[in-house]
Design a protein around this ligand. Structure first.
Ligand SMILES: [Zn+2]
Length: 165
């Protein structure tokens, strides 16, 4: 009898745990890839980590030198962490010294959207994913040749896939 009680208790604790750290459903993850604009903010909260949600959906900025990718020198492709769209390539990434991943050009002109941003008392150009409208970062006109542009992007908005050799 006592043993049964313990078993029951363990089972309840186990279930409680599983519920509090619930992973997004497969359907929701697929929907984020296939039809990202259909997702509600509640659904984005399930799909993204709290930091990704803060950056992608609330236009937050990760602290400089804290992201996973500012110092990544590997060859490969950078995708939108929210919807999987192809955004940047490693051969356009450069060391800007800012502590954020920096690129002089996007993977294609249609991959990103540029929006005038007058928040925080500055006039800047915000960069978002054209496919899912997630915030990526900003673009500045102090980049290297050949474009002279610096796409200053949050690591939290990006998913890196190394090139297959
Ligand atoms: Zn996206």
């Amino acid at each position: 009898m006592a043993q049964k009680m313990v078993l029951c208790l363990l089972l309840c604790v186990g279930l409680g745990c599983a519920q509090s750290s619930k992973a997004p459903s497969k359907e929701l993850l697929e929907m984020a890839q296939k039809d990202p604009k259909a997702l509600s903010e509640t659904q984005w909260k399930e799909v993204l980590t709290p930091q990704q949600y803060d950056v992608c959906r609330l236009k937050g900025t990760e602290r400089a030198f804290t992201g996973d990718l500012w110092n990544n020198h590997e060859e490969g492709e950078y995708y939108c962490t929210a919807c999987g769209a192809h955004l940047f390539q490693s051969n356009t990434k450069f060391d800007s010294g800012t502590g954020w991943p920096s690129f002089f050009q996007p993977a294609s002109k249609t991959a990103i959207k540029e929006i005038r941003d007058t928040s925080h008392g500055m006039i800047r150009t915000e960069v978002t994913c054209a496919r899912c409208d997630s915030h990526l970062g900003h673009v500045f006109e102090d980049g290297p040749r050949p474009t002279g542009l610096r796409y200053c992007i949050n690591s939290a908005s990006l998913k890196f896939e190394p090139a297959k050799n």
